[in-house]
Design a protein. Structure first.
Length: 244
């Protein structure tokens, strides 16, 4: 039976599913599958949440748009799990919180502070530290090292309000001071659901801006061309990783 939001059937998704937020990025990833986009099978287009299944070096793989924010990725995660997914990797963007991170570098998350309402709702406000799966995380690190792609590994924080639109310009300061490398909007919910359902999840994101908290810092952003190059490098890493 099709799911409510993903109009797909059991068997439409591979056990390994990549989860970009952007449907255009999902299509770009599918174009890298064996045989390119013509050989990939579109398994969902409902609500613009594009999903494709194919192979990479002969191994079955899917990519499914997650949308923006924890509520959206939670819905998508629940449904791909019901359709047979067992390894989930968020492939997205992130905002760095430290000046020693550079634009275009990758952040591979070990855990994510759940400041989002979705994870807190799941836990009824009880403390919890959603963490990435070690094996998937290690595979991403190894692939990045092998390809010479610049990256950082450590904790991040998941937030509900896009930081540039928050009325308090210092609202991310507590997580920066606690050692978080970056903020994004999906990982905590993904990590929580994966752990609760007994599957594996990981998260990698390209640094697209930096808020180091320094008084003289000028906000810097990747240009469109730089972002495309950084995302392609991240896709190289993810598609070459040995997730077991």
């Amino acid at each position: 039976m099709p799911q409510i939001h993903l109009h797909a059937e059991p068997g439409d998704y591979a056990p390994l599913v990549l989860l970009p937020g952007d449907p255009a990025r999902a299509t770009a990833i599918a174009a890298r599958f064996d045989g390119g986009l013509p050989a990939a099978r579109q398994v969902n287009a409902n609500r613009g949440l594009l999903g494709y299944t194919g192979t990479i070096n002969g191994r079955p793989i899917s990519v499914q748009t997650s949308g923006m924010g924890a509520p959206s990725i939670a819905v998508v995660t629940e449904e791909v799990l019901r359709l047979g997914a067992r390894q989930l990797v968020r492939v997205g963007t992130t905002g760095a919180l430290r000046g020693d991170l550079q634009l275009g570098e990758m952040v591979i998350a070990t855990a994510s502070s759940p400041t989002d309402g979705t994870t807190q709702t799941f836990m009824a406000g009880k403390p919890y530290a959603p963490a990435a799966d070690f094996a998937l995380t290690h595979a991403l690190v190894h692939a990045a090292e092998k390809l010479g792609a610049p990256f950082h590994v450590g904790p991040i924080a998941t937030i509900d309000v896009f930081s540039h639109y928050h009325p308090d310009p210092n609202f991310v300061a507590p997580w920066r001071e606690a050692g978080a490398l970056a903020v994004e909007m999906e990982a905590s919910a993904l990590f929580y659901l994966a752990a609760a359902r007994g599957v594996q999840a990981a998260c990698v994101g390209v640094v697209v801006d930096i808020d180091s908290g320094e008084a003289d810092q000028e906000h810097t952003y990747l240009t469109h061309e730089e972002l495309n190059a950084a995302v392609e490098r991240m896709i190289d890493v993810v598609l070459s990783a040995d997730f077991g």
